[in-house]
Design a protein around this ligand. Structure first.
Ligand code: AHG
Ligand code: MN
Ligand code: MN
Length: 351
């Protein structure tokens, strides 16, 4: 075993860094790791058992649920329930917050927001899917935890991570002290540290967005797309287009190679498509911790004040120089869409 560090060993070793509730947060991360392994097992044999296809149900966001969406949702809620460190799970697949009422859990200190299965449209065709999670400290001190405990800004996250069920399965997470990645070794059933201190290159040449929506994009995104497609040897343009339709997969690749992922507002999704609590905030926390930037086009994602559980946002996330360039074009050409008064740039200067 020499040279191998498992996720469990790493979490215990690093728990001295946590300023608060050391053991509880470690156990919570461990519980998420266990559920991820169970989901991984089912994803891997999806073609062999009756778990592909639609569940025949629709979630609150009007999206058809896949059997694996439902399965993953149950697994994570169940692991977090038996772990006892989480009082509320907010999940993309449930209309309302899920309160965990067991005597141990109802006084637990943590809230978990989760997208149990990201990239559902890829499930049935063997393309990478993922899980995204975000952990907050409960703010209320007495009575039962409420929705207000869940509606915290992304800056309040104590940990966030994702699991990618890809050509290998990886878990990548941050507790606000950098980003580390672990690859699942199926022979021993453990996530092992494989990508310590992950950093995203400041620049890159990959852009990821659904170009099929071009006619519905804001003017700033159209201008940025023109920019990335122009021939210019000095800046290595045109850039390369890569989009698989699983946010986890697209952002994981860009984190390693350098790149930008954009899901802007569109005519069909005037507030953006991706969910602030389950997708944008956790990915923004991870990417910022790796040295990148995450914006809604005008403002830092992590500073957005959530008002609704299933709130959506536009997102521009990835390598610093690329996101800054796209933000510049949004400010210049899509300024009318900037409903907020504070810009990301201002926030950085103030901060
Ligand atoms: P989910 O499967 O959790 O609903 O998320 C899908 C998201 C995201 O992962 C992906 O990048 C995006 O939706 C794809 O949307 P389009 O098909 O509109 O490009
Ligand atoms: Mn998703
Ligand atoms: Mn999902």
């Amino acid at each position: 075993m020499s040279g191998i560090k498992t996720l469990g060993q790493f979490i215990i070793e690093k728990q001295a860094d946590f300023s608060y509730a050391k053991g509880e947060l470690s156990r919570l991360l461990r519980d998420i790791g266990i559920a991820a392994k169970i989901v991984n097992r089912e994803v891997n044999k999806a073609g062999l058992v009756d778990i592909l296809g639609d569940a025949g149900t629709i979630n609150i966001q009007g999206e058809g649920q896949k059997k694996l969406d439902v399965f993953a949702n149950i697994q994570f809620i169940s692991a977090l329930t038996s772990g006892g460190e989480c009082c509320i799970v907010a999940t993309e697949e449930e209309d309302e917050i899920v309160r965990i009422d067991s005597p141990v859990s109802k006084n637990a200190k943590y809230i978990v927001c989760i997208d149990p299965l990201d990239g559902s449209s890829n499930i049935d065709c063997n393309v990478a899917v993922g899980t995204i999670f975000s952990i907050y400290r409960r703010q209320s001190v007495e009575g039962e935890a409420t929705l207000a405990d869940v509606l915290q800004k992304g800056t309040q996250q104590v940990a966030a991570g994702y699991v990618i069920y890809g050509s290998s399965t990886m878990m990548v997470y941050t507790t606000g002290k950098g980003v580390n990645g672990f690859t699942l070794d199926p022979s021993i059933g453990e996530f092992c540290l494989s990508h310590p201190n992950m950093t995203i290159p400041d620049g890159g040449n990959i852009y990821s967005l659904n170009e099929g929506n071009y006619v519905h994009f804001p003017e700033g995104v159209k201008k940025y797309l023109k920019y990335v497609q122009v021939h210019d040897e000095e800046t290595n343009r045109p850039y390369t287009s890569r989009y698989i339709g699983s946010m986890v997969g697209d952002i994981h690749r860009n984190l390693i190679k350098g790149g930008i992922y954009i899901y802007p507002t569109t005519a069909k999704s005037p507030n953006g498509k991706l969910r602030l609590l389950y997708e944008c905030n956790p990915m923004a926390f991870i990417v910022e911790q790796a040295g990148g930037v995450a914006s809604d086009g005008f403002n830092r994602i992590l500073e957005i004040e959530p008002t609704e559980l299933h709130q959506r946002s536009s997102i521009f996330i990835g390598s610093k120089e690329m996101v800054n360039m796209a933000e510049g074009m949004m400010a210049e050409f899509s300024a009318e869409k900037n409903v907020n008064t504070v810009t990301t740039q201002n926030l950085k200067q103030v901060g």
